[in-house]
Design a protein around this ligand. Structure first.
Ligand code: ARG
Length: 462
Protein backbone atom coordinates (compact mmCIF):
# COMPACT_ATOMS: atom_id res chain seq x y z
CA UNK A 1 0.00 0.00 0.00
CA UNK A 2 1.16 3.51 -0.84
CA UNK A 3 2.35 5.73 2.02
CA UNK A 4 0.01 8.43 0.79
CA UNK A 5 -3.04 6.17 0.16
CA UNK A 6 -5.14 7.84 2.89
CA UNK A 7 -6.31 10.66 0.67
CA UNK A 8 -7.20 8.39 -2.24
CA UNK A 9 -10.19 6.19 -2.90
CA UNK A 10 -8.60 4.16 -5.66
CA UNK A 11 -5.21 2.58 -6.15
CA UNK A 12 -3.01 4.04 -8.87
CA UNK A 13 -3.21 2.70 -12.37
CA UNK A 14 -0.31 0.44 -13.31
CA UNK A 15 0.55 2.91 -16.08
CA UNK A 16 0.80 5.70 -13.52
CA UNK A 17 3.05 3.58 -11.36
CA UNK A 18 5.33 2.78 -14.21
CA UNK A 19 5.76 6.40 -15.36
CA UNK A 20 5.95 7.74 -11.83
CA UNK A 21 8.52 5.33 -10.48
CA UNK A 22 12.16 6.29 -10.40
CA UNK A 23 13.43 3.30 -8.44
CA UNK A 24 14.93 1.70 -11.56
CA UNK A 25 17.53 4.48 -11.65
CA UNK A 26 17.52 6.23 -8.27
CA UNK A 27 18.26 2.91 -6.53
CA UNK A 28 21.90 3.85 -6.96
CA UNK A 29 21.36 6.49 -4.24
CA UNK A 30 20.60 3.87 -1.59
CA UNK A 31 23.70 4.50 0.48
CA UNK A 32 23.30 8.28 0.46
CA UNK A 33 19.60 7.88 1.27
CA UNK A 34 20.25 5.63 4.24
CA UNK A 35 23.20 7.69 5.50
CA UNK A 36 21.00 10.79 5.36
CA UNK A 37 18.20 9.00 7.19
CA UNK A 38 20.57 7.81 9.91
CA UNK A 39 21.72 11.40 10.50
CA UNK A 40 18.12 12.62 10.45
CA UNK A 41 16.95 9.94 12.93
CA UNK A 42 19.89 10.69 15.25
CA UNK A 43 18.98 14.37 15.21
CA UNK A 44 15.27 13.64 15.85
CA UNK A 45 16.30 11.55 18.89
CA UNK A 46 18.80 14.11 20.21
CA UNK A 47 16.26 16.92 19.89
CA UNK A 48 13.58 14.89 21.67
CA UNK A 49 11.35 15.00 18.59
CA UNK A 50 11.19 11.21 18.81
CA UNK A 51 12.26 9.00 21.73
CA UNK A 52 16.02 8.36 21.83
CA UNK A 53 15.41 4.57 21.97
CA UNK A 54 13.22 4.79 18.90
CA UNK A 55 15.92 6.72 17.08
CA UNK A 56 18.44 4.02 18.04
CA UNK A 57 16.12 1.31 16.81
CA UNK A 58 15.60 3.10 13.50
CA UNK A 59 19.33 3.65 13.07
CA UNK A 60 20.18 0.03 13.82
CA UNK A 61 17.58 -1.18 11.35
CA UNK A 62 18.74 1.27 8.66
CA UNK A 63 22.26 -0.10 9.07
CA UNK A 64 20.95 -3.63 8.60
CA UNK A 65 19.03 -2.58 5.52
CA UNK A 66 22.17 -0.97 4.10
CA UNK A 67 24.16 -4.15 4.68
CA UNK A 68 21.40 -6.24 3.12
CA UNK A 69 21.23 -4.03 0.04
CA UNK A 70 24.99 -4.28 -0.34
CA UNK A 71 24.76 -8.05 -0.01
CA UNK A 72 22.18 -8.11 -2.78
CA UNK A 73 19.49 -9.42 -0.46
CA UNK A 74 16.90 -6.77 -1.21
CA UNK A 75 14.66 -6.35 -4.18
CA UNK A 76 13.18 -2.89 -4.60
CA UNK A 77 9.54 -2.55 -5.62
CA UNK A 78 8.21 -0.30 -8.36
CA UNK A 79 5.00 0.26 -6.40
CA UNK A 80 7.12 2.01 -3.76
CA UNK A 81 8.13 4.49 -6.41
CA UNK A 82 11.61 5.63 -5.46
CA UNK A 83 14.57 4.83 -3.27
CA UNK A 84 13.27 6.97 -0.41
CA UNK A 85 9.90 5.19 -0.14
CA UNK A 86 11.45 1.79 -0.75
CA UNK A 87 13.86 2.16 2.15
CA UNK A 88 11.13 3.55 4.38
CA UNK A 89 8.79 0.69 3.46
CA UNK A 90 11.43 -1.90 4.35
CA UNK A 91 12.11 -0.08 7.62
CA UNK A 92 8.42 -0.14 8.56
CA UNK A 93 8.14 -3.76 7.47
CA UNK A 94 10.99 -4.64 9.86
CA UNK A 95 10.32 -2.49 12.95
CA UNK A 96 6.69 -1.52 12.54
CA UNK A 97 5.37 1.68 14.12
CA UNK A 98 8.78 2.95 15.19
CA UNK A 99 9.81 2.99 11.54
CA UNK A 100 6.85 5.24 10.79
CA UNK A 101 8.47 7.99 12.88
CA UNK A 102 11.53 8.44 10.64
CA UNK A 103 9.84 10.78 8.19
CA UNK A 104 8.94 13.31 10.93
CA UNK A 105 10.09 16.84 10.02
CA UNK A 106 11.21 15.71 6.57
CA UNK A 107 9.90 15.55 3.03
CA UNK A 108 11.10 13.58 0.07
CA UNK A 109 11.83 16.96 -1.48
CA UNK A 110 14.60 17.84 0.94
CA UNK A 111 15.54 14.16 1.18
CA UNK A 112 16.22 13.84 -2.54
CA UNK A 113 18.04 17.19 -2.60
CA UNK A 114 20.29 15.83 0.14
CA UNK A 115 20.85 12.47 -1.55
CA UNK A 116 21.97 13.96 -4.86
CA UNK A 117 24.33 16.37 -3.14
CA UNK A 118 25.86 13.57 -1.08
CA UNK A 119 26.21 11.45 -4.20
CA UNK A 120 27.71 14.21 -6.33
CA UNK A 121 30.13 15.33 -3.62
CA UNK A 122 31.53 11.81 -3.66
CA UNK A 123 31.59 11.56 -7.46
CA UNK A 124 33.22 14.97 -7.95
CA UNK A 125 36.05 13.93 -5.66
CA UNK A 126 36.55 10.78 -7.71
CA UNK A 127 36.41 12.61 -11.06
CA UNK A 128 38.79 15.24 -9.72
CA UNK A 129 41.23 12.47 -8.75
CA UNK A 130 40.99 10.92 -12.22
CA UNK A 131 41.56 14.33 -13.81
CA UNK A 132 44.58 14.97 -11.62
CA UNK A 133 45.95 11.61 -12.66
CA UNK A 134 45.53 12.50 -16.34
CA UNK A 135 47.20 15.84 -15.68
CA UNK A 136 50.19 14.09 -14.13
CA UNK A 137 50.47 11.83 -17.20
CA UNK A 138 50.35 14.84 -19.54
CA UNK A 139 53.11 16.39 -17.48
CA UNK A 140 55.20 13.23 -17.78
CA UNK A 141 54.72 13.31 -21.56
CA UNK A 142 55.71 16.96 -21.65
CA UNK A 143 58.90 16.26 -19.73
CA UNK A 144 59.86 13.56 -22.20
CA UNK A 145 59.37 15.89 -25.17
CA UNK A 146 61.31 19.03 -24.32
CA UNK A 147 63.73 18.55 -27.23
CA UNK A 148 61.21 17.19 -29.69
CA UNK A 149 60.48 19.69 -32.44
CA UNK A 150 57.04 19.56 -34.00
CA UNK A 151 54.93 21.83 -36.16
CA UNK A 152 52.08 23.72 -34.54
CA UNK A 153 49.03 24.54 -36.61
CA UNK A 154 46.41 27.17 -37.18
CA UNK A 155 43.57 26.29 -39.57
CA UNK A 156 45.23 22.86 -39.50
CA UNK A 157 47.94 24.41 -41.68
CA UNK A 158 51.53 24.23 -40.49
CA UNK A 159 52.15 27.48 -38.69
CA UNK A 160 55.21 27.75 -36.45
CA UNK A 161 57.70 25.35 -34.91
CA UNK A 162 57.26 24.33 -31.30
CA UNK A 163 58.23 21.48 -29.00
CA UNK A 164 56.11 18.50 -28.04
CA UNK A 165 56.52 19.58 -24.42
CA UNK A 166 55.08 23.01 -25.19
CA UNK A 167 52.18 21.38 -26.99
CA UNK A 168 51.44 19.04 -24.08
CA UNK A 169 51.53 21.92 -21.64
CA UNK A 170 48.64 23.54 -23.53
CA UNK A 171 46.53 20.50 -22.57
CA UNK A 172 47.95 20.58 -19.06
CA UNK A 173 46.64 24.11 -18.65
CA UNK A 174 43.22 23.08 -19.91
CA UNK A 175 43.05 20.14 -17.52
CA UNK A 176 44.28 22.26 -14.62
CA UNK A 177 41.33 24.60 -15.19
CA UNK A 178 39.04 21.57 -15.19
CA UNK A 179 40.37 20.51 -11.80
CA UNK A 180 39.83 23.96 -10.30
CA UNK A 181 36.34 24.13 -11.79
CA UNK A 182 35.47 20.82 -10.13
CA UNK A 183 36.87 22.13 -6.86
CA UNK A 184 34.78 25.29 -7.13
CA UNK A 185 31.70 23.26 -7.94
CA UNK A 186 32.27 21.03 -4.93
CA UNK A 187 32.72 24.05 -2.71
CA UNK A 188 29.42 25.61 -3.83
CA UNK A 189 27.60 22.29 -3.60
CA UNK A 190 28.71 21.78 -0.02
CA UNK A 191 25.41 22.87 1.55
CA UNK A 192 23.07 20.65 3.49
CA UNK A 193 19.42 21.04 2.41
CA UNK A 194 17.66 18.75 4.92
CA UNK A 195 15.28 20.72 7.12
CA UNK A 196 13.83 22.54 4.11
CA UNK A 197 10.94 20.09 4.44
CA UNK A 198 8.52 20.10 1.53
CA UNK A 199 9.43 23.74 0.93
CA UNK A 200 8.76 25.95 3.97
CA UNK A 201 10.87 24.07 6.52
CA UNK A 202 9.18 22.66 9.60
CA UNK A 203 7.62 23.45 12.97
CA UNK A 204 9.74 20.85 14.81
CA UNK A 205 12.80 22.05 16.77
CA UNK A 206 15.29 20.44 14.39
CA UNK A 207 19.06 20.92 14.47
CA UNK A 208 20.17 21.30 10.89
CA UNK A 209 23.79 21.99 11.79
CA UNK A 210 24.08 18.70 13.62
CA UNK A 211 22.90 16.87 10.50
CA UNK A 212 25.25 18.92 8.33
CA UNK A 213 28.23 18.12 10.55
CA UNK A 214 27.42 14.44 10.70
CA UNK A 215 27.12 14.24 6.92
CA UNK A 216 30.30 16.22 6.30
CA UNK A 217 28.76 19.42 4.92
CA UNK A 218 30.39 22.72 5.75
CA UNK A 219 27.20 24.77 5.53
CA UNK A 220 23.42 24.49 5.43
CA UNK A 221 21.22 25.89 2.67
CA UNK A 222 19.93 29.29 3.73
CA UNK A 223 16.42 29.30 2.28
CA UNK A 224 14.08 26.34 2.45
CA UNK A 225 12.32 27.06 -0.85
CA UNK A 226 15.65 27.31 -2.64
CA UNK A 227 16.87 24.26 -0.73
CA UNK A 228 14.35 22.02 -2.48
CA UNK A 229 14.13 23.88 -5.82
CA UNK A 230 17.81 24.17 -6.56
CA UNK A 231 19.50 21.91 -9.07
CA UNK A 232 22.16 24.47 -10.02
CA UNK A 233 24.83 22.27 -8.51
CA UNK A 234 23.99 19.41 -10.90
CA UNK A 235 23.88 21.76 -13.87
CA UNK A 236 27.15 23.34 -12.82
CA UNK A 237 28.79 19.94 -12.57
CA UNK A 238 27.44 18.92 -15.98
CA UNK A 239 28.82 22.17 -17.42
CA UNK A 240 32.20 21.42 -15.87
CA UNK A 241 32.08 17.87 -17.20
CA UNK A 242 31.09 19.16 -20.64
CA UNK A 243 34.12 21.41 -20.68
CA UNK A 244 36.34 18.59 -19.49
CA UNK A 245 34.99 16.32 -22.23
CA UNK A 246 35.39 19.11 -24.78
CA UNK A 247 39.07 19.21 -23.83
CA UNK A 248 39.37 15.44 -24.07
CA UNK A 249 37.62 15.48 -27.45
CA UNK A 250 40.06 18.06 -28.83
CA UNK A 251 42.96 16.01 -27.52
CA UNK A 252 41.34 12.89 -28.97
CA UNK A 253 40.92 14.51 -32.35
CA UNK A 254 44.61 15.39 -32.43
CA UNK A 255 45.63 11.90 -31.40
CA UNK A 256 43.41 10.46 -34.13
CA UNK A 257 45.12 12.73 -36.67
CA UNK A 258 48.56 11.98 -35.27
CA UNK A 259 47.92 8.22 -35.63
CA UNK A 260 47.11 8.53 -39.31
CA UNK A 261 49.79 7.68 -41.88
CA UNK A 262 49.47 11.25 -43.11
CA UNK A 263 50.91 12.48 -39.78
CA UNK A 264 52.35 9.45 -37.97
CA UNK A 265 53.46 11.58 -35.05
CA UNK A 266 52.51 8.90 -32.53
CA UNK A 267 51.93 5.20 -32.20
CA UNK A 268 49.27 3.92 -29.82
CA UNK A 269 50.09 0.90 -27.73
CA UNK A 270 48.40 -2.22 -29.16
CA UNK A 271 46.50 -2.60 -25.89
CA UNK A 272 44.73 0.70 -26.62
CA UNK A 273 43.92 0.28 -30.30
CA UNK A 274 41.64 -2.02 -32.28
CA UNK A 275 41.65 -3.84 -35.59
CA UNK A 276 39.23 -4.11 -38.47
CA UNK A 277 36.97 -7.07 -39.21
CA UNK A 278 37.87 -6.91 -42.89
CA UNK A 279 40.98 -4.79 -43.51
CA UNK A 280 43.96 -6.75 -42.17
CA UNK A 281 46.31 -3.78 -42.11
CA UNK A 282 44.19 -1.57 -39.88
CA UNK A 283 45.03 -0.30 -36.43
CA UNK A 284 42.26 2.02 -35.40
CA UNK A 285 42.22 4.68 -32.67
CA UNK A 286 38.83 3.62 -31.28
CA UNK A 287 39.54 4.93 -27.78
CA UNK A 288 39.98 8.60 -28.75
CA UNK A 289 37.13 8.26 -31.23
CA UNK A 290 34.82 7.01 -28.49
CA UNK A 291 35.93 9.73 -26.11
CA UNK A 292 35.21 12.25 -28.87
CA UNK A 293 31.83 10.61 -29.47
CA UNK A 294 30.88 10.39 -25.81
CA UNK A 295 31.51 14.11 -25.45
CA UNK A 296 28.23 14.61 -27.29
CA UNK A 297 26.50 12.43 -24.74
CA UNK A 298 27.71 14.57 -21.85
CA UNK A 299 26.63 17.77 -23.64
CA UNK A 300 23.26 16.06 -24.15
CA UNK A 301 22.92 15.51 -20.43
CA UNK A 302 23.70 19.15 -19.73
CA UNK A 303 21.11 20.34 -22.24
CA UNK A 304 18.53 17.85 -20.92
CA UNK A 305 18.88 19.12 -17.40
CA UNK A 306 18.89 22.78 -18.38
CA UNK A 307 15.73 22.13 -20.35
CA UNK A 308 14.05 20.20 -17.53
CA UNK A 309 14.70 23.10 -15.16
CA UNK A 310 13.79 25.85 -17.60
CA UNK A 311 10.75 27.86 -16.44
CA UNK A 312 9.90 25.49 -13.58
CA UNK A 313 7.99 27.41 -10.94
CA UNK A 314 9.25 27.12 -7.38
CA UNK A 315 9.48 24.83 -5.57
CA UNK A 316 9.63 21.08 -6.25
CA UNK A 317 7.96 19.77 -9.40
CA UNK A 318 7.97 16.17 -10.48
CA UNK A 319 9.81 17.21 -13.64
CA UNK A 320 12.80 17.34 -11.36
CA UNK A 321 12.86 13.58 -11.05
CA UNK A 322 14.22 13.76 -14.61
CA UNK A 323 17.43 15.25 -13.23
CA UNK A 324 18.93 11.94 -12.22
CA UNK A 325 19.48 9.98 -15.39
CA UNK A 326 21.40 12.75 -17.20
CA UNK A 327 23.52 13.35 -14.11
CA UNK A 328 24.25 9.64 -13.64
CA UNK A 329 24.98 9.14 -17.32
CA UNK A 330 27.38 12.08 -17.48
CA UNK A 331 29.20 10.98 -14.33
CA UNK A 332 29.44 7.39 -15.60
CA UNK A 333 30.64 8.52 -19.01
CA UNK A 334 33.37 10.77 -17.67
CA UNK A 335 34.47 8.10 -15.20
CA UNK A 336 34.64 5.58 -18.04
CA UNK A 337 36.62 7.89 -20.34
CA UNK A 338 39.25 9.38 -18.04
CA UNK A 339 41.09 6.21 -16.94
CA UNK A 340 41.29 4.68 -20.41
CA UNK A 341 42.30 7.96 -22.00
CA UNK A 342 45.01 8.36 -19.36
CA UNK A 343 46.33 4.83 -19.86
CA UNK A 344 46.28 5.28 -23.63
CA UNK A 345 48.24 8.52 -23.37
CA UNK A 346 50.66 7.05 -20.88
CA UNK A 347 51.53 4.17 -23.22
CA UNK A 348 51.52 6.22 -26.43
CA UNK A 349 54.88 6.40 -28.19
CA UNK A 350 55.85 9.65 -29.83
CA UNK A 351 57.78 9.59 -33.11
CA UNK A 352 60.11 12.61 -32.97
CA UNK A 353 61.66 12.03 -36.43
CA UNK A 354 58.24 12.24 -38.07
CA UNK A 355 57.30 15.33 -36.12
CA UNK A 356 60.55 16.93 -37.11
CA UNK A 357 60.18 15.92 -40.75
CA UNK A 358 56.74 17.54 -40.80
CA UNK A 359 58.16 20.64 -39.14
CA UNK A 360 60.80 20.86 -41.88
CA UNK A 361 58.07 21.20 -44.51
CA UNK A 362 55.52 23.95 -44.81
CA UNK A 363 57.79 26.94 -44.27
CA UNK A 364 57.01 27.12 -40.57
CA UNK A 365 60.12 29.25 -40.04
CA UNK A 366 58.81 32.00 -42.34
CA UNK A 367 57.85 34.21 -39.38
CA UNK A 368 61.38 33.78 -38.05
CA UNK A 369 62.80 34.72 -41.43
CA UNK A 370 60.74 37.91 -41.37
CA UNK A 371 61.87 38.57 -37.78
CA UNK A 372 65.46 38.20 -39.02
CA UNK A 373 64.92 41.09 -41.44
CA UNK A 374 63.24 43.13 -38.71
CA UNK A 375 66.29 42.65 -36.51
CA UNK A 376 68.36 43.99 -39.42
CA UNK A 377 66.25 47.14 -39.46
CA UNK A 378 63.32 46.49 -41.84
CA UNK A 379 59.77 47.35 -40.74
CA UNK A 380 57.83 44.14 -40.01
CA UNK A 381 55.26 44.65 -42.78
CA UNK A 382 58.02 45.00 -45.42
CA UNK A 383 59.87 42.00 -44.06
CA UNK A 384 56.66 39.99 -44.02
CA UNK A 385 56.00 40.80 -47.68
CA UNK A 386 59.53 39.96 -48.73
CA UNK A 387 59.44 36.57 -47.05
CA UNK A 388 56.03 35.92 -48.65
CA UNK A 389 57.69 36.43 -52.01
CA UNK A 390 60.55 34.15 -50.97
CA UNK A 391 58.08 31.41 -50.01
CA UNK A 392 56.34 31.83 -53.34
CA UNK A 393 59.70 31.43 -55.08
CA UNK A 394 60.41 28.30 -52.99
CA UNK A 395 57.07 26.73 -53.91
CA UNK A 396 57.72 27.37 -57.61
CA UNK A 397 61.26 25.98 -57.47
CA UNK A 398 60.61 23.13 -55.02
CA UNK A 399 62.91 24.55 -52.35
CA UNK A 400 62.66 25.43 -48.69
CA UNK A 401 63.96 28.49 -46.85
CA UNK A 402 66.81 26.29 -45.62
CA UNK A 403 67.84 25.17 -49.12
CA UNK A 404 67.68 28.56 -50.84
CA UNK A 405 71.12 29.73 -51.95
CA UNK A 406 72.63 32.94 -50.64
CA UNK A 407 72.29 34.35 -54.16
CA UNK A 408 68.58 33.70 -54.17
CA UNK A 409 68.29 35.42 -50.79
CA UNK A 410 70.36 38.36 -51.95
CA UNK A 411 68.25 38.69 -55.08
CA UNK A 412 65.24 39.35 -52.88
CA UNK A 413 67.07 41.70 -50.49
CA UNK A 414 70.70 42.44 -49.83
CA UNK A 415 69.92 42.69 -46.15
CA UNK A 416 70.12 38.88 -46.08
CA UNK A 417 73.44 37.43 -45.01
CA UNK A 418 74.76 33.94 -44.26
CA UNK A 419 73.62 34.18 -40.63
CA UNK A 420 70.04 33.78 -41.89
CA UNK A 421 70.55 29.99 -42.05
CA UNK A 422 71.24 29.86 -38.34
CA UNK A 423 68.35 32.14 -37.63
CA UNK A 424 65.80 29.95 -39.41
CA UNK A 425 67.16 26.67 -38.06
CA UNK A 426 64.16 24.96 -36.44
CA UNK A 427 65.83 24.29 -33.09
CA UNK A 428 66.97 27.89 -32.94
CA UNK A 429 63.48 29.10 -33.88
CA UNK A 430 62.03 27.22 -30.92
CA UNK A 431 64.76 28.20 -28.47
CA UNK A 432 64.49 31.83 -29.52
CA UNK A 433 60.91 31.95 -28.28
CA UNK A 434 61.95 32.89 -24.80
CA UNK A 435 58.81 34.85 -23.98
CA UNK A 436 56.87 33.56 -20.98
CA UNK A 437 54.42 30.97 -22.23
CA UNK A 438 56.56 30.12 -25.23
CA UNK A 439 58.31 26.88 -26.28
CA UNK A 440 61.95 27.67 -25.41
CA UNK A 441 63.29 25.19 -22.87
CA UNK A 442 63.38 27.66 -19.95
CA UNK A 443 59.84 28.85 -20.76
CA UNK A 444 58.47 25.31 -20.96
CA UNK A 445 60.30 24.29 -17.81
CA UNK A 446 58.63 27.16 -16.02
CA UNK A 447 55.24 25.96 -17.25
CA UNK A 448 56.01 22.41 -16.16
CA UNK A 449 57.12 23.60 -12.73
CA UNK A 450 53.92 25.56 -12.29
CA UNK A 451 51.68 22.58 -13.02
CA UNK A 452 53.92 20.36 -10.92
CA UNK A 453 53.43 22.67 -7.99
CA UNK A 454 49.68 22.57 -8.60
CA UNK A 455 49.79 18.76 -8.45
CA UNK A 456 52.10 18.66 -5.44
CA UNK A 457 49.74 20.89 -3.49
CA UNK A 458 47.09 18.29 -4.12
CA UNK A 459 49.29 15.36 -3.19
CA UNK A 460 49.57 14.15 -6.77
CA UNK A 461 52.99 13.31 -8.20
CA UNK A 462 53.86 13.46 -11.88
N1 ARG B 1 11.61 10.49 -6.72
C1 ARG B 1 11.48 11.89 -6.50
C2 ARG B 1 12.54 12.63 -7.29
O1 ARG B 1 13.48 12.00 -7.64
C3 ARG B 1 11.63 12.22 -5.06
C4 ARG B 1 10.95 13.46 -4.65
C5 ARG B 1 9.49 13.25 -4.72
N2 ARG B 1 8.76 14.34 -4.19
C6 ARG B 1 7.47 14.52 -4.43
N3 ARG B 1 6.92 15.55 -3.94
N4 ARG B 1 6.78 13.68 -5.17
O2 ARG B 1 12.46 13.80 -7.57
Amino acid sequence: MKAWSGRFEKTTDALTDSLNASISFDCRLYEEDITGSIAHAGMLGAQGIIEAEEADKIIACLKDILADIKAGKIEFKQENEDIHMNVEAILIERIGDTGKRLHTARSRNDQVALDIRLYLKKEIKEIRGLTLNLLSIILKKAESGKDVIMPSYTHLQRAQPTSFAHYMMAYANMLRRDVTRLEDCLERMDEMPLGSGALTSTTYPIDRWRVARELGFSRITENSIDGVSDRDFSIELLSDLSLLMMHLSRFSEEIILWCSWEFKFVELDDAFATGSSIMPQKKNPDIPELVRGKTGRVYGSLISLLTVMKALPLAYNKDMQEDKEPVFDAVDTVKACLPVFSAMLDTMTILPENMRAAAAKGFINATDCADYLVKKGLPFRDAYKLVGMLVNHCIKTGKTLETLSMDEYKEMSDVFDTDVYDYINLDNCVQARIAEGGPSKPSVEKQIASVKEFLNKRGETA
